[in-house]
Design a protein around this ligand. Structure first.
Ligand SMILES: [Fe+2]
Length: 549
């Protein structure tokens, strides 16, 4: 799982706000309605004072920092089925059992009694939802004669995104628009049609909300619990599954083999190579690999994206990370190492970063380099979308930087970076690219007409095992950057070693520290994830071993 960019910030908030949460245990609930619309088609009630702000904040954190989301865009090859009437790609299902132990349920229950006159409604389906500019949520059709209730809690403010939630009557006319105000709770009869409007063009940020379906029918709750169990079983099964080896092994990837499959080769102005190859894996091998990769982490982490002008990251928000050692004894590793050998003439390449990158039309990808100037590395890419056509865009573009940033004495920019394009690689299914990763490059987002995800499997390799392990440890320790403890000092030490090409740390010490800091990072991740969980749980359930998402 990825470490959220602002984990340090959240750890500070955890400490700083624990007093506020204890004090807020006695929050006062108001059932005052901002909108109270009653009609023959169904009723709508909007509450603005029902949730204390800390509870909304904690609920938002549950879904934004360290939380796991399911990508559910339909994909026949990988047997992915879209769930939910709104037809949104991402959802974070929450167990209704867990939800009904939270303080949110206290709020809901009070509102429900006022709205329906009954006190035996149960939350049978609870999901975190996200909506971005470029998503296409559909109008959800109401269920005739249903006694169910639906609830939405807005966890982001729509005031600045120029969008709203819309209710329709049976004639298809707008019945009531509702602003997406932070902390606002909306209840309506499930008989009504509604739609969540996507944010306006000027909006970069993602809008989060919580969708809760309520019923007096216990069968619905049972069905949802079975679904949640299925999702978890699938996740556990995929975690245990090994990387496909294609049941064949052996270093069959000679230089002649790559020569035969090479489609084109280019060089940057600095002599760095960019190459791509076709026809290496057959249809069956590709399908096996693709199905494994895109369902391996059915729960992805969102690392967000940066809008800062001087950021040098790739801005890929959704990545499924694999341990580099998961490639051990696979033909994929032979292939990647062989390709690097063919291009470089060196034979000791070692993978330090293995991932599946997901890029959607709504993304804000950036031009970036994968390594530092003093590093000598290659990046391997495998494109994993069948039937890709030119009008779906999504190329990988490679550039020469012909001009750097310049600043005046006051630190004001007087010259921007400038680039010239070297080559643009179409992400054809099964195509493999390999390049010196100091060359500036960027993935182009797919066309707005393409509603799925552009998948690339990426492996970055270092010059030998010691350099590779040092890089794994250095990247692992980034969360310690700036700290003065043992991990922080080790991070600085590793940076200095890389910059001076003096890799003095023995393999055993590197492996030992990788193990140690993987555990430490997992612990930090758990703390970040557990904080909002503990905040929203009712006191008597805190400490229960209750799975959340
Ligand atoms: Fe990159």
């Amino acid at each position: 799982m990825l470490l959220p960019r602002h984990c340090g910030k959240w750890l500070c908030i955890i400490i700083a706000t624990c007093f506020a949460i204890n004090a807020a245990e006695k929050f006062v609930l108001s059932t005052e309605k901002t909108i109270n619309l009653r009609s023959d088609d169904g009723n709508i009630a909007v509450y603005d004072k029902a949730m204390p702000e800390w509870l909304t904040n904690s609920t938002e954190q549950l879904f934004t920092e360290g939380s796991r989301w399911l990508y559910q865009h339909p994909d026949k090859l990988a047997n992915v089925v879209q769930r939910g009437e709104e037809k949104l790609d991402w959802s974070a299902p929450l167990s209704p059992d867990f939800f009904m132990k939270t303080r949110l349920w206290i709020v809901m229950k009070r509102l429900m009694i006022g709205f329906t006159g009954f006190n035996d409604y149960m939350a049978y389906q609870v999901q975190g939802m996200m909506l971005r500019r470029g998503d296409s949520p559909t109008v959800v059709k109401g269920e005739m004669a249903s006694h169910d209730i639906v609830c939405r809690i807005f966890l982001s403010s729509g005031n600045t995104s120029n969008s709203e939630m819309m209710f329709y009557n049976r004639k298809g006319e707008v019945m009531q628009p509702v602003q997406k105000k932070f902390g606002r709770v909306v209840l309506w009869n499930a008989t009504l049609d509604y739609s969540m409007k996507q944010p306006g063009f000027q909006t970069f940020k993602t809008e989060y909300s919580l969708l809760i379906k309520l019923s007096r029918d216990t069968k619905k709750l049972q069905q949802e619990l079975e679904y949640i169990k299925k999702v978890r079983d699938h996740e556990n099964h995929q975690k245990m599954a090994n990387f496909p080896t294609y049941n064949e092994k052996g270093n069959q990837y000679t230089n002649e083999f790559f020569e035969k499959h090479l489609t084109r080769k280019f060089y940057s102005r600095n002599g760095g190579v960019i190459s791509y190859f076709d026809g290496i894996l057959n249809e069956t091998e590709l399908t096996t690999l693709r199905s494994y990769l895109i369902t391996h982490n059915t729960a992805y982490s969102n690392s967000g994206f940066s809008t800062a002008e001087d950021d040098d990251g790739d801005n890929v928000s959704w990545i499924a990370m694999f341990l580099p050692e998961s490639l051990n004894n696979t033909r994929m590793l032979d292939l990647v190492k062989g390709m690097a050998r063919y291009l470089s003439g060196e034979d000791d390449w070692y993978p330090y970063d293995v991932s599946l990158n997901m890029i959607q039309g709504t993304f804000h990808t950036r031009i970036h380099e994968d390594c530092e100037n003093y590093e000598h590395e290659y990046t391997f890419l495998l494109y994993l979308n069948p039937n890709w056509t030119a009008d779906m865009y999504g190329e990988t573009i490679f550039l020469d930087q012909i001009q750097d940033m310049k600043y005046d004495k006051k630190g004001q920019v007087i010259q921007e970076k400038a680039y010239e394009t070297i080559v643009s690689v179409k992400p054809k299914y099964g195509r493999m690219a390999m390049f010196r990763n100091i060359i500036p490059h960027s993935a182009r987002p797919p066309s707005p007409d393409f509603h799925g995800t552009r998948y690339t499997f990426a492996v970055k390799v270092s010059r030998n095992k010691i350099i590779g392990l040092s890089k794994i440890l250095r990247e692992l320790l980034e969360f310690k950057s700036g700290s003065n403890d043992e991990g922080g000092k080790l991070f600085v030490n590793l940076e200095e070693m890389a910059a001076s090409f003096s890799y003095t740390m023995p393999e055993g010490v590197l492996l030992e520290n990788i193990k140690k800091y993987r555990e430490a990072k997992k612990e930090v991740m758990n703390q970040i994830r557990d904080y909002p969980v503990h905040s929203i749980l009712r006191k008597k359930f805190i400490g229960e071993n209750q799975p959340t998402i």
